[in-house]
Design a binder for this molecule. Structure first.
Ligand SMILES: Cc1cc2nc3c(=O)[nH]c(=O)nc-3n(C[C@H](O)[C@H](O)[C@H](O)COP(=O)(O)O)c2cc1C
Length: 294
């Protein structure tokens, strides 16, 4: 079985499945893997259920083109969460861990947060109306060839591409508090990131809605006191309004937090995500969370 860093560097969204149901062993394995995810940082009640893909569900996701054309998945991991202040980040954090576990087991996945019939899935699970289904993850065995529509989605969102380190990660130096940096923040290089390099690289490779990669991480270092890693999102216009009560780029932030945490765990780097909004904020970004070393 691949470790988390291997999964993160080789995983690709799969939208063309072969239509075979999961084997009994694989279905049992996925059911058990869904129970092995760590709790989200802000404690939102996130749930997941594995449901078989019915013809109606497949028709629902396939007809809501163009973004979201998925062919012949075996099952769906349906994630759900109660509305709340941090529910989007927590949701992304939990569901992405499930994605990484399932991929490590050799089963393919694709996040689907765009247009799908939320009501249909809520009815199958019998969820109350105040529970959100921000995204689902179709899973299964990949088809031998990608469909043409999958090829065009991957092309249109530039799915293989990732931003460079210098566009995502920064360093801001402070005297003793975080009121005002000593000088303008500068790009954080992998070498300068030192202990954080593997975790930041895992963030950089994360999947995100339309591959917008909205995450920005600033390391705040002070002359005294520990470094702080603050996570922000740089918004794509209109994305927060597209689906009622769902903020896809906050989910993307939660996905990035999961990548950071699983790699930190894997290499034995102790810390956790919490809320510690700095006084000084970089321009044009929303604050999400801060990584604090334990
Ligand atoms: C929160 C989230 C929502 C997504 N929603 C969709 C979607 O609705 N339809 C789709 O085809 N892909 C969706 N994706 C997959 C992204 O398009 C994909 O991760 C990105 O293009 C990078 O490609 P890769 O996953 O192959 O590395 C979503 C990804 C994330 C993290």
């Amino acid at each position: 079985m691949k470790n988390a860093r291997e999964v993160i560097s080789t995983r690709l969204s799969c939208r063309s499945f072969d239509g075979q149901p999961l084997s009994t062993d694989d279905e049992a394995a996925v059911t058990s893997l869904l129970k092995q995810v760590n709790d989200p940082p802000f404690g939102s009640p996130v749930g997941m259920a594995l449901v078989s893909a019915t013809d109606t569900m497949i028709a629902d996701i396939s007809e809501r083109a163009p973004y979201g054309v998925v062919h012949n998945p075996a099952q769906f991991i349906v994630g759900y969460v109660q509305k709340g202040r941090h529910s989007m980040e927590d949701f992304g954090y939990v569901l992405e861990q499930a994605v990484l576990h399932v991929e490590a087991h050799g089963i393919s996945t694709c996040w689907l947060g765009g247009t799908f019939n939320r009501g249909g899935f809520a009815a199958v699970l019998g969820l109350d109306s105040d529970v959100l289904i921000p995204a689902v993850v179709p899973i299964g065995y990949p088809a031998r060839r990608r469909t043409v529509s999958e090829g065009s989605i991957r092309f249109s969102v530039g799915a293989r591409k990732r931003k460079r380190w210098s566009e995502l990660f920064f360093e801001a130096e402070f005297w003793d508090d975080d009121d005002k940096p000593q000088s303008p923040p500068f790009a954080l290089s992998p070498a300068a990131a030192a202990d954080y390099e593997a975790m930041l690289e895992a963030v950089r490779l994360a999947p995100s809605t339309s591959n917008q990669q909205p995450w920005r991480i600033y390391r705040y270092s002070a002359d005294s006191g520990p470094d702080m890693l603050h996570l922000f999102v740089s918004r794509t216009t209109g994305f927060d309004k597209a689906i009622k009560d769902v903020d896809m780029q906050r989910i993307d932030a939660g996905v990035a937090m999961a990548h950071f945490s699983v790699v930190a765990d894997e290499i034995g780097f102790r810390g956790h995500w919490t809320e510690r909004k700095p006084s000084w904020m970089p321009r044009g970004v929303d604050y999400v969370a801060t990584w604090v070393e334990d």
